[in-house]
Design a protein around this ligand. Structure first.
Ligand SMILES: NC(=O)c1ccc[n+]([C@@H]2O[C@H](COP(=O)([O-])OP(=O)(O)OC[C@H]3O[C@@H](n4cnc5c(N)ncnc54)[C@H](OP(=O)(O)O)[C@@H]3O)[C@@H](O)[C@H]2O)c1
Length: 224
């Protein structure tokens, strides 16, 4: 049975994606910073494990808990968007928090889980990015930390695709759409359940030939 590991799966897009995959009979390990607050995830049938992606030792502890089990698909979903401010109000502490969680986090988790990914059949890393990280698509200002972190995550994805090719592990960046979560807010285009279903379908269709691509939740190519 295909095993997915989703970071930040206790709420929002991660939870919706976990539910969609579980409904299709997939095995899901969902991580949460606080597993005691991940009742919805556990109730859906996921195995819940603790993980703070901003803490390298937490990623290593997760890998130890996985042990010799294979992970087919790693979905680096956990993220923060903490800087809606404009240029003058940019807070460099928040900027660095964005980089730590949204960029360093996926690198640390991917590195820690490389042996488990190597034991999997699918051998796929999905980084949940954002169109806000698309340099070509950027026409409005502000949100320096979030935009820069997602642009950097796109570069991380492309570089992982190169570095992991010899291990036959693919890496793909996906924009999940504008989704009505705590992060997306009200008025977003997609309900979480819709986004989860779209993402599950698109991720299931990815092949090794997609490695190094930046796509949206339908699988359509996005400009870097
Ligand atoms: N919603 C949108 O419209 C949208 C659009 C484009 C891209 N995205 C991306 O989609 C992903 C999920 O977003 P969302 O809308 O579901 O956000 P959300 O509702 O705010 O949920 C964020 C998730 O990330 C977790 N998280 C935050 N910091 C973490 C850390 N240090 N370690 C582990 N987990 C951490 C949160 O856990 P806690 O509950 O412990 O805080 C929560 O589970 C993010 O990468 C986001 O950038 C979202």
């Amino acid at each position: 049975m295909t095993t997915y590991l989703i970071t930040g799966a206790n709420r929002g897009i991660g939870l919706a994606l976990a539910r969609s995959l579980l409904s299709q009979g997939r095995r899901v390990i969902g991580t949460a910073r606080d597993p005691s607050g991940a009742g919805d995830l556990a109730a859906g049938g996921a195995e819940v494990m603790p993980l703070d992606v901003a803490d390298e030792s937490s990623a290593l502890a997760l890998a130890r808990s996985i042990g010799e089990r294979p992970i087919d698909v790693l979905i680096n979903n956990a993220g923060v968007y903490n800087d809606h401010a404009g240029l003058e109000a940019t807070d460099l502490g928040r900027f660095m928090d964005c980089m730590r969680v949204n960029v360093a986090g996926p690198i640390a988790v991917t590195l820690a889980l490389l042996p488990a990914l190597g034991r999997g059949e699918r051998r796929l890393v999905v980084n949940i990015s954002s169109v806000m990280g698309s340099i070509e698509r950027t026409t409005s200002g502000g949100s320096y930390g979030y935009r820069a972190s997602k642009a950097a995550l796109n570069m991380v994805t492309r570089t992982l695709a190169v570095d992991l090719a010899t291990r036959r592990i693919a890496a793909v960046a996906i924009h999940p759409g504008w989704v009505e979560t705590d992060m997306g807010g009200p008025g977003a285009h997609l309900r979480p359940a819709e986004a989860g279903a779209h993402l599950a379908r698109t991720i299931e269709r990815l092949t090794p030939a997609d490695s190094g691509r930046f796509v949206d939740y339908t699988g359509a190519a996005l400009p870097w």
